[in-house]
Design a protein around this ligand. Structure first.
Ligand code: 2RA
Length: 340
């Protein structure tokens, strides 16, 4: 016996990946529904070798459905997630709406799977922001060994994090550079993204940081440990898929780079590629379509007593969104619903 699963926002970048990953990983599905907003209604999407026609989110009755993976913005989530949850369908939500709600667990299964039990307060589980998800997968095993005091992270985030419109803007703008007749002014992004980098993701906050940077701080504390200090600079780069992060970690206890590398090699969800030779590290293009969080350039930071630097790359549509949501569904199935 399997689960009745709904994917909400099935025509978007993340919704499509959710369907791909449910099928790839053989998630035990009895019945599946793909839902979309009115404007995408009737669009066909793939689920393994099947084709699904998207149904209308506004009209959908969630009664009798076990799990709904939501990949729509906060406005639609606010209306439809409580409706699904009230009908007895557990919501796994990719928007930021519930991430900081103390009654909603924020889960990265490799890091805090035990917290999933808190789902019953609202029948909702939150999926973290992409830049946080990959970082905590790399930090957790090191924290368990040497206690992290402070993290300084700079991100290099791909345009797919801003959805299909972001990918289209990079593509069209890149072409327009060679054919200036078709000028493509910035629209999704604040400045030209082709052949450029932009140190702003999401809106500015009063302290001069951006909401994306704040998310990395708040979510790391909620998922891992409130005592960890995080300072982040989030940057959009002209890469289609795959977020990269340069992470500097300060520990309570000494941890040498060989031990850090060994710990990361054994850790769930991580692939260490660290050869200290030209090309002996992972770049975003190489992580596309993969499940792993890749860690490279592991080295001592000799400017502080207990410091390590590393480079972390992952497919933001997968570990940063759809894969993590499906892993949450698997954890929920194995530990709580136990139907599969
Ligand atoms: C971005 N963090 O990359 C967002 C997507 N969740 O823009």
């Amino acid at each position: 016996m399997g689960y009745n699963v709904v994917v909400v926002g099935a025509t978007g970048n993340v919704g499509r990946e959710m369907l791909n990953i449910l099928s790839e990983r053989g998630f035990p599905v009895d019945k599946i529904a793909a839902l979309a907003s009115r404007k995408s209604l009737g669009t066909e999407v793939s689920f393994g070798d099947k084709t699904l026609t998207t149904g209308d989110l506004e009209q959908f009755d969630f009664t009798g459905w076990d799990i709904a993976l939501f990949a729509v913005g906060s406005d639609a989530t606010k209306i439809y997630a409580p409706r699904a949850a009230k009908a007895g369908c557990v919501v796994i939500d990719n928007s930021s709406l519930y991430r900081y709600d103390p009654q909603v667990p924020l889960i990265v299964p490799e890091v805090n799977a035990d917290a999933i039990i808190g789902y019953s307060a609202k029948n909702i589980i939150a999926n973290p922001n992409c830049s946080t998800a990959q970082m905590v997968v790399a930090l957790k095993p090191l924290h368990d060994r040497a206690r992290i005091k402070r993290v300084v992270v700079s991100t290099y985030q791909s345009v797919s994090g801003a959805g299909k419109d972001g990918m289209d803007e990079l593509w069209d703008q890149t072409k327009s550079i060679y054919n200036p007749v078709d000028d493509v002014p910035p629209s999704k992004f604040q400045k030209q993204i082709a052949f450029n980098v932009i140190p702003q993701i999401d809106v500015f906050l009063e302290d001069g940081s951006t909401k994306e940077e704040w998310k990395m701080v708040a979510e790391t504390k909620k998922i891992m440990d409130p005592s960890i200090k995080v300072t982040a600079t989030c940057v959009r780069v002209p890469v289609f898929v795959g977020h990269s992060e340069a992470i500097n970690i300060e520990f309570e206890d000494h941890l040498d780079e060989e031990e850090a590398r060994d710990i990361l090699r054994e850790a769930p969800g991580i692939m260490v590629v660290d050869k200290r030779e030209p090309g002996g590290y992972t770049t975003p293009i190489e992580c596309v379509g993969d499940y792993a969080t890749f860690v490279s350039r592991i080295r001592q930071d000799s400017t502080i007593d207990n410091g390590i630097n590393l480079w972390c790359v992952s497919d933001n549509l997968r570990k940063g969104a759809a894969l993590n949501a499906v892993q949450i569904a698997e954890t929920l199935g194995n530990r709580v619903l136990k139907k599969g």
